[in-house]
Design a protein around this ligand. Structure first.
Ligand code: DC
Length: 694
């Protein structure tokens, strides 16, 4: 997951392959609440693990529900409709799917069983309306105190034990601002339907109806058969009780699927489609209807149970004019697909965009405008005319996961066609971490499917002598930019270890080269290692520790002097150059392997400083060593690396020298990042645009 202030995307080209979607947010938070209110244990599979579900899980724990979560399943032991805690302060982030239903459930529980529950969120949550829900609950006898601006969170829900609710008359709720108010009532009111039917009537035209369908569907799974007359009147039958279904599988998120359907429509141009696993035909999520809209724009989409496949059909895409009231979230993806259309597109019926994570109409208009599109934003529609000339841009995401995911699709601008200007421009996505709300690994998934032309993928090379700290520096720079990392020394070290394991002499050039050409190395992810250096396996054997031994370094120094070995490892090194970018460290990254890198750093430090650092490193691992010996060793190795005939250690002509003898790691990282800000493709593109405009 990218926990960085900004992520630069190079121009992306084709796309194909399989993505497995995270669980649906709408389903996850509904079933969590239902399981929390039900009697007994519910085991949930493929639950979404994201910011929004984390706040719901934390709230359930606060309320005394049993919560046992592992990677594969989440076990919730519910309250059985009886409060265990009568006082709690719950922080619900920016999760509307937690705030609205919990407010309703805790309002009726406090009013009948006594208690005080204060619900808060992030500042944006306090700007998202909840007044219609409060107005529906107060006439029943619920005590709801505004802790801030009336009609918005934070709220306090209070009551005395033994309180009675007025449930004889139908409960009236407005449905034209957010369908979540109705959903909240439907989820909460079975708590008080033991002795009588509870009737809810919707005032005004209900928006986002498919989300209410999800609610009804899941209530049925928990044993509550709501009767309804259209979308006007809903009856929770007398005697309703939440009955756990025991086990429940959460579908992949259909809104998240929209980005990959769009990806296929835009970029799956070869034989292979983009295959989406986790959601498909028969989904209970309304956003599955996005498939029809994508088809209307010319996408070729197939679907079966639990899967969707998308491929480019018509190109450019067909402009669309659509009432998207039924797919408000996925409709954002249409607005970005409209950039690739053959004329202006109009997306109507989206007033609810204005009260989501951000004012999405305003946000989308501003950011698509930066890309060169002509955008008209109305109260409840947006019209997007594709760019006549695309522009590179740094795009704001407004702490809105969907803005970040949608806007990433603009990185395919190079496919928009020569008639539309230069094309192939880089983009910057600000605050990419906001995708954690529903899809923490979105960008990893995107880069797993999308390809970029090699020259478009930026590389930063960091070369230097042994123990200059280049590995640490390169890893920190890669992490700060969200780029891939190539520690090329590891390849030579692994080649040395492979030779040793095979009983091959490190001087047998042909034999070592053969081994180097078929290394079968596997790298763990940073997250898996929980550490800046990922774990490494050689032919299934973990060699993370062994790689760092001094003897391994000496072996590497010998095998790396063999030209055939260097040739054998060349292609492997190039294969690390993948979107969004690469930081490569070694001896010849800037001179031989990536001669076109826009930033080349040559790290130096005096032999004394380096010997000192290596000594500290060894001592910290409990290994005794003499500084004088270490220094002699380093100098011998430097001499060999510098004087060998092939790819000798030396700065590239255009390298920037960084002597870090007296710098902390943080200072070195800051220096490299500031050099990068000057030279990175986005800065260059923005400067070129500024120079070209009058
Ligand atoms: O950076 P390191 O200490 O892990 O490198 C181990 C050896 O591999 C070192 O003696 C030089 C050699 N090497 C190389 O020749 N070319 C590279 N790009 C990286 C390392």
């Amino acid at each position: 997951m990218y926990d960085i202030p900004a992520l630069d995307l190079p121009p992306l080209g084709g796309a194909s392959g399989t993505v497995t979607l995270p669980g649906s947010k709408s389903i996850s938070n509904r079933v969590l609440l239902l399981a929390g209110l039900a009697e007994g244990e519910t085991v949930l599979f493929d639950l979404l693990d994201s910011d929004d579900t984390q706040v719901m899980l934390a709230a359930l724990r606060e309320l005394g529900c049993g919560v046992r979560a592992s990677e594969r399943e989440c076990r919730i032991t519910g309250l059985g409709g009886r409060l265990r805690t009568h006082r709690a302060e719950l922080f619900l982030g920016n999760a509307g799917t937690a705030m609205r239903p919990l407010a309703a459930a805790l309002a009726v529980l406090a009013a009948t069983q006594g208690g005080r529950f204060d619900l808060r969120g992030v500042p944006r949550m306090h700007e998202r309306p909840i007044g219609d829900l409060v107005d529906a609950l107060r006439p029943l006898g619920c005590t709801i105190v505004d802790l801030g601006r009336p009609g918005y969170p934070p709220l306090s829900l209070r009551g005395e034990a033994g309180g009675q609710l007025a449930l004889d008359a139908p409960i009236r709720v407005r449905g034209d601002v957010s369908s979540q108010f109705l959903t909240a009532l439907l989820l909460a009111l079975p708590l008080v339907a033991a002795e009588r039917d509870v009737v809810i009537e919707v005032e005004g035209e209900l928006i986002s109806k498919p989300y209410v369908e999800i609610t009804l569907n899941l209530l049925a799974r928990f044993g509550i058969g709501v009767q309804r007359e259209g979308f006007q009147r809903f009856t929770i039958p007398r005697g309703a009780r939440y009955a756990s279904p025991g086990r429940l599988h959460v579908e992949g998120d259909a809104s998240s699927a929209s980005y990959f359907i769009a990806l296929g429509a835009i970029a799956a141009t070869g034989g292979a489609p983009v295959h989406i696993a986790g959601v498909g035909s028969g989904s209970i999520q309304g956003d599955i209807a996005f498939v029809d809209a994508a088809r209307a724009m010319g996408a070729e989409v197939k679907a079966g149970p639990g899967w969707i496949e998308a491929h480019r059909g018509r190109w450019p895409l067909a402009a669309i004019d659509i009432d998207a009231n039924h797919i408000p979230d996925a409709a954002m993806t249409l607005a970005v697909m409209a950039l690739y259309a053959d004329g202006p597109s109009r997306i109507r019926g989206i007033a609810s965009w204005r009260v989501k994570e951000t004012d999405r109409i305003a946000a989308m208009a501003a950011e698509l405008g930066k890309l060169g599109a002509a955008v008209v934003a109305g109260d409840d529609f947006i019209e997007v005319r594709p760019p006549a000339q695309w522009r590179a841009a740094s795009l704001r995401t407004y702490d809105d996961h969907r803005m970040a995911m949608c806007l990433s699709l603009a990185a395919f601008n190079g496919l928009a066609g020569a008639s539309r200007g230069a094309g192939a421009l880089p983009l910057r996505i600000e605050d990419p971490r906001c995708v954690a709300k529903t899809f923490p690994d979105y960008f990893e998934a995107l880069f797993g499917l999308a390809t970029a032309a090699e020259p478009d993928v930026p590389v930063i090379t960091i070369d230097g002598p042994t123990a200059s700290g280049k590995g640490t520096l390169a890893a920190a720079v890669a992490q700060a930019l969200g780029y891939h990392l190539l520690d090329s020394g590891v390849l030579y070290r692994a080649a040395g270890l492979a030779a040793a394991a095979a009983g091959t002499s490190p001087d047998d050039e042909a034999a070592v080269a053969r081994l180097a050409g078929t290394l079968d190395l596997r790298f763990g992810s940073h997250a898996e290692a929980g550490h800046i250096e990922p774990k490494v396996w050689l032919r299934g054997r973990e060699i993370t520790e062994e790689l760092r031994h001094e003897t391994t370094g000496l072996l590497a120094s010998r095998v790396s002097a063999l030209p055939a070995v260097r040739r054998a490892l060349h292609g492997v090194q190039l294969s690390f150059r993948r979107a969004p970018g690469l930081v490569a460290d070694g001896r010849d990254m800037g001179t031989v392997v990536f001669p076109d890198a826009p930033l080349k750093v040559f790290l130096t430090a005096s032999a004394g400083h380096r010997a000192d650092r290596r000594h500290k490193q060894l001592i910290s691992k409990g290994i005794q060593a003499s500084i004088a010996d270490l220094r002699a060793d380093l100098e011998a190795r430097d001499a060999r690396d510098r004087n060998r005939a092939v790819a000798p250690l030396k700065p590239a002509e255009d390298a920037l020298l960084l002597d870090n003898s007296d710098l902390t790691i943080e200072q070195s990282v800051a220096q490299v990042l500031s050099w990068w800000q000057e030279r990175c493709p986005l800065t260059r593109a923005l400067r070129a645009q500024a120079a070209a405009s009058p």
